[in-house]
Design a protein around this ligand. Sequence first.
Ligand SMILES: [Zn+2]
Length: 258
Amino acid sequence: MQNIKPMRPISPFLSQLQSQFLRQLQFQTQRTLGAIALACATCALLLWLGINPHRAGANPLPQPPHIVAWASPTHYAERVKQDIYGAPARNPFIVVIHETVGSARSAVHLFQAPDYTKNGNQVSYHALIRLDGTIIYTVPFQYRAFGAANSVFMGINGPESVQTNPQVPGSVNNFAYHFSLETPPDGRNNADTHSGYTVAQYRSLAWLVGFTQVPQSRITYHKTVDRTHSRKDPRSFDQSYFFNLLSSNRPSRFSTRS
Ligand SMILES: [Zn+2]
């Protein structure tokens, strides 16, 4: 009689294969869900910042690196729909360009320290641009940053300013995006000039301004809108270089609006 060896049971092998397949499937599913969640989070962040990601195609410059470091809510407020006299506040947006004078890091620390005093020390920008071109978002664009107290913008139809507090003079803050360039180390003083900003900073600023779609005629400087005659910023700003960069990187439909 032939000795028949018992067949090796196949089920454990199949079972092992099945569990390997299920593990792989679970891993792939987790990875896909992770990618979807990351994409959703990025879109939500940009929308929260007031930036429409679908407009990215309108801006040919590559998106610069960015980080988010929110200011304390004591340093910004809602944009108002009417001034203290009840007049509608419907000014189109402007961009106000600043420089930090100190380091970007110290500006962010200042904005993040809550300040509940009523003495008008609160200060903020919507975004800072570091020397390496990194954008630091500090105030969501839909809010009123406190970048230029006692200020006025000379528009084509006359002076523009919105008073939001009877104790404080009017300002451009209600309709402004405030962007500030980090000052180079040789400018961290009260001198009238310094060595200027980096190419990376100009490119990031052009990208940021491109996103806002504010026309060139409504791009201004802190020293221009300031009514206290105490502001000099941004010092050593190369206006022609910036506007050349801005217009050459804007689609023609935007250039014609400026
Ligand atoms: Zn300023």
